[in-house]
Design a binder for this molecule. Structure first.
Ligand SMILES: Cc1cc2nc3c(=O)[nH]c(=O)nc-3n(C[C@H](O)[C@H](O)[C@H](O)COP(=O)(O)OP(=O)(O)OC[C@H]3O[C@@H](n4cnc5c(N)ncnc54)[C@H](O)[C@@H]3O)c2cc1C
Length: 418
């Protein structure tokens, strides 16, 4: 049985490892146009704390071949879903029995006028390093941080969000605030944040939003709602409602855009994201699965959801091949740890977006420790997530501390008060 995975990122690598764990004899190939996996959740540390880029990159070929799979460093340029084959930019044609699409999305920086000349971001290794070089020289002026509007399709029933994920905006504003205070330039600088929607952090519930909002107020970070960025100039950022803000440093999460090849091959919905059922199988093609940011069901676009979808797709494919096992239910939740600079962080766990009851935010040094453990574990185990027993333990830990989440004082504040 020949399985091709497009993309060795968060979702693709998880699917690869899970397939390799099964006892089935599977012929698995991972195709990625990059030679290295980029650990995106660690990028804010590159952009705002000077972490080396090398430490967020993992070489793909050795980890794929070590487990007996095949790795091809090439770009997929065309898929023929009716004939079960695809084409690479090196001219090769590859056939498959199952295709798992885990290509992520294009970060469409240059669709924003003026981004090339004046804009900054932290969504990839090149942008994060460029931003760090700017941040370390920045001594006074206005910083504006926000997310551009993305367009999503309607073929599947996913939460309707206007921004793909605002977690990195949270990390940017708090990490910069920490850096400015540490360098004693907080009086000469200001931090403004904008969101394209009516609600900032629309993927969590009111409780988490209020907690984050209170920290923003305490730190004098100003929020602007319903602002769709249209243009960046040397001194201003402009919005679709004809307003603007003074801006010496614009940090933007750009629109998330699907790869055009999916629409060219009739695989995308009207916005180009791939529509699947809850087993991650394509709505029109039985041998194609899609997982991670490219999947239309994945809202918001989060590594935690990408990994959950990878597990589901693998369970569904194995069930189809072997007739054994059960398909994991799709039960998404928001789980992320927002780095806030120094030893401070907030762990967010919420399923309100999916009609759940959980909406927790733990703002304490334990959260920072967990973020550090996660990033290190992922890097040193070459892209493995915590083992299942550790995740279960973490969930129990969260429930244990549910009632006490407000009792902690963030470590940075404790230290400042000494
Ligand atoms: C700054 C930032 C911080 C984040 N922090 C967090 C966090 O703290 N927690 C969290 O859960 N999530 C976080 N996320 C979101 C998370 O990183 C993404 O949801 C996750 O990476 C999506 O995984 P993926 O496999 O779908 O895509 P990716 O990880 O982007 O991988 C896609 C892979 O496909 C390859 N590819 C693309 N097109 C082709 C092609 N045509 N041919 C061959 N290969 C191709 C790419 O080279 C890439 O390696 C963050 C995102 C950003 C930008």
């Amino acid at each position: 049985m020949k399985i091709i995975i497009i993309g060795g990122g968060f979702a693709g690598l998880r699917a690869y490892y899970r397939l390799k764990k099964s006892k089935e004899k599977l012929n698995i190939t991972v195709i990625d146009k990059r030679k290295q996996l980029l650990e995106k959740p660690a990028l804010p540390e590159v952009a705002f704390a000077g972490k080396s880029v090398k430490s967020v990159l993992i070489d793909l070929e050795p980890i794929i071949t070590h487990k007996g799979g095949k790795y091809i460093n090439a770009e997929v340029i065309k898929i023929n879903p009716k004939l079960n084959h695809l084409h690479l930019d090196n001219g090769d044609k590859i056939e498959y029995d199952y295709l798992i699409i885990a290509s992520g999305v294009i970060k469409d920086y240059y669709s924003i006028e003026g981004f090339k000349e004046f804009g900054y971001s932290m969504c990839d290794d090149i942008q994060s390093l460029k931003l760090w070089n700017k941040v370390k020289e920045f001594k006074k002026g206005n910083v504006v941080i926000g997310t551009a509007k993305s367009k999503f399709g309607t073929r599947v029933k996913a939460p309707k969000l206007i921004a793909p994920c605002e977690g990195p905006v949270g990390e940017a504003m708090f990490m910069l605030d920490y850096d400015f205070k540490k360098r004693k330039i907080d009086k000469e600088t200001s931090i403004n944040v904008f969101t394209p929607g009516e609600i900032f952090f629309e993927d969590v519930g009111n409780h988490v939003r209020e907690k984050v909002g209170k920290i923003m107020t305490d730190k004098n970070i100003t929020l602007h709602k319903n602002k769709v960025v249209t243009k960046i100039t040397k001194e201003e950022i402009h919005f679709s409602d004809s307003t603007s803000l003074p801006c010496d440093l614009a940090i933007i999460i750009p629109p998330y855009k699907p790869l055009p090849l999916f629409n060219n091959c009739n695989l995308g919905d009207e916005a180009g994201f791939i529509p699947t059922d809850k087993t991650m199988k394509h709505l029109d093609f039985d041998s194609i699965y899609a997982i991670g940011d490219i999947n239309a069901l994945a809202q918001p676009k989060l590594g935690h959801i990408a990994v959950h979808q990878a597990d589901i797709a693998v369970s569904a494919i194995l069930k189809e091949i072997t007739g054994k096992g059960t398909i994991i239910n799709y039960e998404p939740s928001i789980f992320c740890i927002m780095n806030m600079g120094g030893l401070d962080a907030t762990l967010i766990y919420s399923d309100k977006l999916y009609n759940g009851k959980n909406d927790l935010a733990f703002h304490n040094p334990i959260s920072r420790m967990m973020k550090w453990s996660f990033d290190s574990y992922y890097y040193f185990t070459k892209g493995h997530m915590f083992p299942d027993f550790a995740v279960e333990g973490m969930e129990r830990f969260l429930k244990l501390f549910k009632e006490d989440e407000d009792k902690y004082i963030p470590f940075n504040e404790k230290r400042d008060n000494l």
